[in-house]
Design a protein around this ligand. Structure first.
Ligand code: 26W
Length: 819
């Protein structure tokens, strides 16, 4: 097929306009005069989809024909963001499309704003998966991201009376023009029941799993285009369906309720995303979700091996499978089951294939996030997999005994089964044993992994451990999010810059150029004006674009310390109240992020932000100097408006807690300066941009361990620092939110425990903020630092991360970078 000059795929403005109008009338049944903005969006999406799908099928065909090793990225979460603008950029038809619509009086930006994003993830891990699919396509590697087509994604957040209220995310209700329901691609997934042995015709004893229930997974494909590349990644998401719509036996007996029960149960599996981002709760439905999509994915890979003439016994030559955290780690046991039980391979051969196939990325050190399932529950849902895990464990522990004789404590720690008290299956241990490579997501995180949660595995297999520092796609997070900056970059570096961020280095000399600095400031001010308008629209709060925009947007979590930021805000407020002449530069504090619905303290912290805003925003004594905003419903779409307007990026987690962070990269790449601890990728960002362009503060990870080991006493800081005491007392006084009990839990948490050492870092944080204020006062120095941040951040493109995975972990060839 060469569809380059047809109405469906022609790229002139004339062609695009005709295709758009045809879609409006013929596909949507709307006459142009009656069409709504949403109709315009759908018609344009269908128009662009033709271009995308034409590429995707050709790209896919290449993969089959060339039998290259493909990458399967297994992830329970994806956060792709709105697709339309991204495709226009990648296909190089943004300007032609603008012209096509403009010619019939339609504004492209208005149309783009109609798109609702798929919120199929919680935060960093899901967004990273989407950046990686973008980069895989860009560096021309064949890949499929496998996951779940949740009917309801991460909840919509609204703020009512200052509190987070969750709403259902009905992302499919306006139609989804980007997915193709693959009616021919459906997999059966078994659950429950028991196992039996049988003898095959070669006289071998085999195991058969007799399930109590079978569920069908149907494939929905969303193509992901690459920048300046013909390769497309595929996001293949599975929706659960009943195998039979009705249990006819029950139906015939007149038991209608029971007849529909199984259908409802089956469909429930892919109904909703779990909204916890760092807390593991051993919920049966979650285990079922994990097995469901992982099994569908592996069955699909086996089908594709057959389709391209490959051999099951060489599965690992066809596929490199990445486990995005432990959520798909059950895949290790499932691939063993498929190879041994269904394809009759010998155990040892199957195990060699499995280990060569899988690799595992860890995304968190938080102990409460580590997944473990009660053995009872696990065995009732996946009886065959429990047997297989025992089989893997038995052989594995023999290997450990050889390496470390007479070390029972070590055996107990490494075992796939936790036997301290109630018995659990440990998913991280399964992932480690079943993988040939294990990586953390930033240099510090990878080091800490080897010293803490995975120390015993690192001692056993040091060669398995590696680091791949996260990255972000510059297409979405710079080119699309920041068109003003993109214009400057294109002029200075050439049009291809989003495909090769190493060219950003050529901006360095411009940091000293007064004319360029002026243009830079103008771009940034325009971004801030746009955000100010959006803030007013969404919250009613009026903010001044020439104040310092001090931004902390990310999931709300104690370890990320949004409340440390608030202690600073309130200390400034109190300082100005005490001394109206206090030298405080005008600042707008912008917070955003969702709290897990069951996370009590995180929700209180949101209320503390809004209560601080209620107090500060209407107080004439601080007018023109302080504003506090909680931007509701932080998601990818909103983020694209926020990042380019940030002057200061708050990356203030307690050192050792944030695995990497990626918002830190997005803001610095857009010209924000960072205030941060030596945590996650902050360490590498600071190395890259230079210590003089980064506001560092706080304890290091090893100082944190030492302080905790010595018995941390938050009270001593409270007693010895009068500003800290005054600020905390103020929160406890009831002056905020009009109720002295409202923030008692926050105050008590800080004074009696303070698990994330806010009080220990408070003074250092304030000092760093003081330095921020001073540099802000020197506009040229600030701007030059902002330019240098962008110039030196090229390393944090996800293209670089993906090339490292290709080279060191997946052993596949990526298109080399130009430099
Ligand atoms: C079992 C509940 C649960 C759910 C999700 C536990 C943990 C998660 C994720 C691993 C949380 C997450 O998104 N982690 C973030 O991953 C990013 C991408 O690597 C990192 O940049 C962040 O630092 C890390 O918090």
């Amino acid at each position: 097929i060469s569809p380059s000059n047809t109405i469906r795929t022609g790229t002139s403005a004339e062609n695009l306009r005709q295709a758009f109008l045809d879609n409006l009338v013929c596909a949507l049944g709307r006459l142009p005069n009656y069409a709504s903005a949403h109709d315009h969006y759908l018609a344009l999406a269908l128009t662009v989809r033709d271009h995308v799908v034409a590429r995707a099928v050709q790209s896919f065909e290449q993969g089959v024909v060339k039998m290259m090793r493909r990458v399967a990225y297994l992830s329970a979460e994806f956060l792709p963001g709105p697709h339309l603008a991204n495709h226009l950029l990648n296909l190089g038809i943004a300007e032609a499309t603008r012209e096509a619509l403009g010619g019939i009086g339609i504004d492209l930006d208005r149309v783009l704003a109609e798109e609702e994003e798929p919120g199929l993830g919680n935060g960093g891990l899901g967004r990273l998966a989407s950046c990686y699919l973008d980069s895989l396509a860009t560096v021309e590697v064949q890949s499929i991201g496998y996951g779940i087509r949740y009917e309801f994604g991460i909840f919509d957040q609204v703020i009512r009376d200052g509190w987070q209220v969750e709403g259902t995310d009905k992302w499919l209700s306006g139609g989804n023009p980007w997915e193709i329901h693959r009616l021919g691609i459906a997999k059966q997934v078994k659950f429950g029941g028991h196992t039996e042995t049988w003898t095959d015709d070669q006289g071998r004893t085999r195991v058969r799993w007799v399930p109590s229930i079978v569920i069908k997974g149907e494939a929905y494909d969303t193509p992901i285009t690459g920048y300046g590349s013909g390769t497309c990644s595929l996001m293949r998401l599975w929706k659960s369906e009943a195998v039979e719509s009705f249990d006819f036996e029950a139906f015939n007996h007149g038991d209608y309720d029971r007849a529909v029960e199984q259908k409802v149960d089956s469909e429930n599996l892919s109904k909703v995303l779990y909204p916890n981002d760092e807390l593991h709760r051993g919920k049966e439905l979650r285990l079922k979700q994990q097995f469901f999509f992982t099994s569908c994915a592996l069955q699909d890979m086996l089908r594709l091996v057959a389709m391209s003439g490959g051999k099951v016994a060489a599965f690992d030559e066809s596929w490199a499978v990445q486990l995005n955290d432990t959520h798909p780690a059950i895949g290790v046991a499932e691939l063993m089951r498929l190879l041994v039980d269904e394809h009759a391979l010998e155990w040892d051969d199957a195990w060699a294939i499995t280990q060569k196939t899988f690799s595992y990325t860890n995304h968190t050190l938080l102990p409460e996030a580590l997944e473990k399932w009660p053995v009872e529950l696990f065995g009732s849902v996946l009886p065959r997999h429990l047997e297989i895990i025992y089989g893997i464990n038995h052989r594995f522990l023999d290997e450990v005994r050889t390496a470390f004789p007479d070390d029972d404590a070590r055996l107990a720690r490494l075992s796939l089964i936790d036997e301290h008290g109630a018995r659990y299956v440990r998913m991280a241990n399964l992932a480690c044993v079943g993988s040939h490579k294990i990586n953390g997501v930033a240099a510090l995180h990878s080091e800490l992994l080897k010293k803490t949660v995975l120390a015993d595995f690192a001692a056993l297999w040091p060669e398995k451990f590696d680091n791949v520092t996260n990255g972000v796609t510059p297409r979405r997070f710079v080119a699309l999010a920041n068109p003003g900056l993109a214009g400057l970059l294109e002029r200075e570096l050439g049009a291809g810059w989003p495909g090769d961020l190493s060219c950003l280095g050529r901006l360095e000399p411009l940091a000293a150029d007064p004319g360029f600095r002026r243009e830079w400031r103008e771009v940034r001010l325009a971004n801030k004006r746009r955000l100010a308008a959006l803030i007013q629209e969404r919250t009613g709060i009026v903010v001044t674009p020439d104040s310092l925009f001090d931004v902390q947007v990310k999931r709300i979590h104690e370890y990320k310390r949004q409340h440390l930021n608030l202690l600073h805000v309130l200390s400034l407020y109190l300082s100005i109240k005490r001394d109206p002449d206090a030298g405080v530069v005008p600042r707008t504090f912008i917070f955003g992020g969702k709290a897990a619905p069951g996370y009590f303290l995180a929700k209180r912290i949101i209320r503390l932000v809004t209560a601080t805003g209620e107090l500060v925003n209407q107080d004439p004594d601080v007018a023109g100097r302080l504003k506090v905003v909680f931007f509701p419903d932080f998601n990818v779409k909103n983020a694209q408006h926020i990042y380019p307007a940030a002057d200061l990026s708050e990356q203030i987690s307690l050192a050792g807690m944030e695995a990497s962070g990626t918002g830190n990269m997005k803001m610095s790449l857009n010209g924000a300066l960072t205030i941060g601890t030596l945590d996650g990728a902050n360490v590498e960002i600071r190395d890259a941009v230079g210590a003089e362009n980064f506001f560092l503060f706080g304890l290091t990870a090893s100082e944190v361990s030492a302080l905790k080991a010595g018995g941390y006493q938050p009270q001593t800081y409270y007693e010895s620092d009068s500003l800290l005491r005054e600020t905390i007392d103020f929160i406890a006084s009831g002056a905020l939110g009009g109720d002295p009990d409202l923030f008692r839990p926050v105050v008590d948490n800080l004074l009696h425990g303070d698990p994330y050492l806010l009080l220990a870092d408070f003074r250092a944080y304030l000092d760093a903020q003081q330095r921020v204020g001073e540099l802000w006062g020197d506009s040229d120095a600030w701007t030059s630092s902002s330019i240098l941040n962008v110039a030196r951040m090229g390393r944090f493109s996800s293209d670089r991360s993906i090339r490292e995975y290709c080279e060191r972990i997946w052993n596949v060839n990526a298109k080399p970078s130009q430099t």
